[in-house]
Design a protein around this ligand. Structure first.
Ligand code: NAI
Length: 330
């Protein structure tokens, strides 16, 4: 099958070519992200392969359908950037990689927590300047703290297990409770209860119409003063403007983000020689208790290998009319 791969990242050609065993599929890599401005690049392809940076809205889907594209294969778990209903109406299948390595993302959430707490990023720089003072480096024990987990799917569950290992009390909120977690001692709570009881809150639910700006002024008014909030899920689950107000009031004590609601203008490229135009992002960077990583939670050797393997398998399943086990159905 001839596939247009959009928004190709520097590492992806190597991994995709490696797992495209026998060059079964004709893979054409584009650096451009897929959106209404670049949609014409998809002409002549049966399938497009998209990433989190691509914006496949209703207009794009209509164009893809006109070009004869039959498959959108996402090399990500989240699918908030595709109009699934519109794809269904145009008889275009949408597949994804639902389970490539929940541990990769959960472990990044832990990295954010430990760095924000124990300030290893600051200590690293300080020691290189021969400053061995402990001033400003005090952290807190994780042992015994209450961790609130929003979304206990694959990643949330992996995260809960690690936090239980630290000796934390883990509470959770999800629209569906998980019995295994309950047996391990995790207690499910209403969202408001989780907000008021947690010392650290980690977000692991998908972005959808219900979770868009779930963390807004109303939510921040209910959190314990000085709480740590970690978001490795999708940026728009946090209302950034409200988070900035809560940071200024010291209501949020620490904020760790691997995702940011306007990240599509920034992330996955080197802008070190550019002037950043996003003032909201600039304000976030000005807080010394905010740590931002550039959507790298998925970025481990194991996860990238699985993403390549499963994405190629999705192409093959579609081409050979196999059962589409990774199809997104609403
Ligand atoms: P999953 O589908 O296994 O779990 C999501 C959980 O969230 C489910 O248990 C679901 O019931 C729950 N949920 C849905 N709506 C909710 C709501 N309103 N309130 C509370 N819980 C709700 O998904 P998985 O694999 O755990 O991934 C979670 C998210 O992580 C993805 O949707 C994606 O956005 C993000 N992600 C981020 C990555 C990164 O590199 N930063 C990489 C992979 C995923």
């Amino acid at each position: 099958m001839k596939v247009a791969i959009f928004g190709t990242q520097f590492y992806e050609r190597e991994y995709f070519n490696k797992y495209n065993i026998g060059q079964k599929h004709e893979l054409v890599f584009f650096d451009e992200t897929l959106n209404i401005k670049t949609i014409n690049l998809a002409k002549g392809f049966e399938a497009v392969c998209a990433f989190v940076t691509d914006a496949i809205d209703k207009k794009c889907i209509k164009k893809l359908s006109e070009f004869g594209v039959k498959l959108i294969d996402l090399r990500s778990a989240g699918y908030n950037n595709v109009d699934i209903e519109s794809a269904r109406n145009h008889n275009i299948k949408v597949l994804r990689v639902p389970n490539y390595s929940p541990q990769a993302v959960a472990e990044q959430a832990i990295a954010l927590i430990l760095t924000l707490n124990r300030k290893t990023h600051k200590a690293y720089n300080q020691v290189r300047e021969n400053n061995f003072s402990l001033q400003n480096l005090m952290g807190f024990n994780l042992f015994g703290k209450t961790i609130g987990v929003v979304g206990t799917g694959k990643i949330g569950r992996a995260f809960c297990s690690i936090m239980l290992g630290f000796g934390c009390k883990v509470i959770a909120h999800d629209i569906k409770e998980n019995d295994d977690l309950k047996q391990k001692g995790v207690k499910y709570k209403a969202f408001e209860k989780l907000l008021s009881e947690s010392d650290i809150i980690s977000i692991h639910c998908p972005l959808n119409s219900e979770t868009n700006h779930l963390f807004d002024k109303k939510a921040f008014d209910k959190i314990k003063k000085g709480v740590m909030i970690i978001n490795t899920s999708r940026g728009a689950i946090i209302n950034t403007e409200d988070a900035i107000v809560a940071l200024k009031k010291e209501q949020i004590g620490y904020l760790g983000m691997d995702v940011y609601e306007n990240e599509s203008n920034l992330f996955f490229r080197d802008l070190s020689q550019s002037v950043i135009q996003d003032d909201l992002f600039g304000r976030l960077l000005s807080f010394n208790n905010v740590l931002i990583t550039p959507h790298q939670a998925f970025f481990t050797k194991e996860a990238v290998t699985e993403i390549a393997k499963i994405t190629i398998k999705n192409f093959t399943d579609f081409e050979e009319n196999e059962v589409l086990e990774n199809e997104i159905k609403l």
